[in-house]
Design a protein around this ligand. Structure first.
Ligand code: ZN
Length: 473
């Protein structure tokens, strides 16, 4: 039997035992005791002593248990490296305007109550690895001057980083955002590199719970967690990287798209026949399309979304990913078209371009119109005289459609002959046109047809070329 220790044996920084006087019968001091009703003023004294202690090179709160109370580190300067590893806060802890001059380590710290880090300045490196935030975590206007690591941190409530400033590397890899992350109006300053991977941006609370209980859950049962990265400013030499992120809930309006990186991300697709990659912002605006009563407001929204699409195109073209770039080009054009208002969206050049060739992306659509044109023109030509047999000038056909059912079902031989004649003008030679057609309007019609056909063929070929364009070595 060893003699019962009279001091606290809880291991602190560098596995050094705590050494404070025992407080409870579990062999722990007032700082480490898990008793909820422990003497708060005594505990506060111990904390004050840590700040006053000149002999230690750090502020060591390793494994401290903070009972339910509002703890205030309001405007507190942590003048040395601060260590909150494994600490637990049962109540609210307030770091408003606090400043961490050295490193700050919150490895596996548990915040049961709210933990506002509003305007908190992290001058040195900050570690939030595996930190648990049980309610909303507020990092609004916080400043991260050096590296910040949120690896495997769990945000059970919303992670609010609105207007926060980042200057170093920020690791959001494998971070769990159960209620989403808000980075709106934040700034990545020169030298910053913020990285998200995110299976974890899409998988929700439910999923994590089920995985923890080793249950199976299908992807469809999960809801997407949103990331609001609107109006996010990215300085020169700063990057925001999305790695394997499902972009379904990621909102990027008014941000510096050109300094973002998208690696193996998954864009949501439209439900229409052309499954085009879209922005979450566009999907949302479509849902609320009717709700945006104000025409000016709607035009503004459309123009902003178009700008994001334009930025994405540049990124994807620069990295030779033309398929995606094509989708974003369509997205941009669609937004420009919809921005033209209720009538303008249908009666505009954009819409004509869309109908003719899906903004130059479809190779089949122009061919469809081409088929339409060369089918209709022969019928029109037959309103005048058409000499079918050019050797025997007596063989003339003219329009005599009777519009009875059999005529329409088994198109008349005259029509087919005219069709072939007209087709030969388009495909081979138009020199015999003057022998076959007599009236000036017929000649004009065929000339116009020729121009339209050339245009449509060109559109189709360009779409093919776009699809198969590759990097030239
Ligand atoms: Zn202790």
């Amino acid at each position: 039997m060893t003699e019962k220790s009279t001091t606290c044996k809880v291991l602190m920084y560098k596995n050094k035992p705590c050494g404070r006087q025992l407080y409870d019968d579990q062999g722990m001091c007032i700082c480490h005791s898990k008793l909820e009703n422990k003497d708060v003023s005594h505990f506060q004294n111990e904390i004050d002593n840590i700040f006053k202690d000149d002999t230690s090179d750090r502020l060591d709160f390793n494994r401290f248990f903070f009972p339910k109370k509002d703890w205030r580190f309001f405007r507190q300067t942590f003048h040395k490296d601060a260590n909150f590893k494994f600490a637990e806060f049962s109540g609210i802890v307030n770091f408003w305007n606090a400043e961490f001059s050295g490193k700050a380590n919150f490895y596996r710290t548990r915040f049961i109550g709210k933990a506002p880090f509003y305007r908190t300045k992290f001058i040195g490196k900050v570690e939030f690895e595996r930190t648990e935030f049980s309610t909303e975590a507020i990092f609004r206007r916080a400043q991260f001057s050096d590296k910040a690591d949120f690896y495997l941190a769990e945000f059970s409530g919303k992670a609010n980083f609105g207007r926060a400033e980042f200057s170093g590397k920020v690791n959001f890899l494998s971070t769990f955002f159960y209620e989403g992350i808000l980075l709106r109006n934040g700034i990545a300053k020169s030298g910053a590199h913020i990285i998200f991977d995110i299976d974890h941006l899409i998988y929700n609370y439910l999923w994590v719970k089920c995985v923890k209980r080793s249950e199976n859950i299908s992807r469809n049962e999960m809801w997407r967690v949103s990331a609001d990265i609107r109006s996010f400013k990215i300085d020169k030499n700063a990057v925001v990287t999305f790695l394997k992120v499902s972009m379904e809930g990621v909102h990027l309006l008014e941000s510096d798209i050109s300094r973002m990186e998208f690696i193996a991300v998954e864009w949501p697709k439209t439900n229409r026949w052309h499954k085009r990659r879209t922005l979450a912002d566009e999907v949302i605006e479509n849902v609320r399309y009717e709700a945006i009563v104000d025409e000016i407001e709607r035009k503004k929204k459309c123009s902003l979304i178009a700008q994001v699409y334009q930025g994405l195109q540049e990124i994807y073209i620069n990295t030779y990913r033309y398929l995606e770039a094509g989708d974003f080009f369509v997205g941009e054009q669609e937004m420009r078209r919809k921005g033209k208002g209720k009538l303008g969206q249908y009666f505009s050049l954009n819409n004509a371009y869309r109908i003719l060739s899906y903004y130059g992306q479809s190779m089949l659509l122009p061919l469809f119109w081409l088929f339409g044109v060369i089918s209709i023109v022969p019928g029109l030509l037959m309103y005048g005289e058409v000499r079918i047999n050019l050797q025997d000038k007596s063989d003339i056909v003219t329009y005599n459609w009777s519009f009875n059912i059999s005529d329409l079902l088994f198109l008349k031989t005259d029509y087919w002959q005219t069709f072939l004649l007209n087709f030969s003008f388009m495909a081979f030679s138009r020199s015999k046109m003057h022998d076959a057609l007599t009236e000036p309007w017929q000649l004009a019609l065929v000339n116009i047809e020729a121009l339209v056909v050339i245009g449509l063929v060109a559109m189709s070929l360009l779409a093919v070329r776009r699809r198969f364009k590759r990097k030239n070595f």
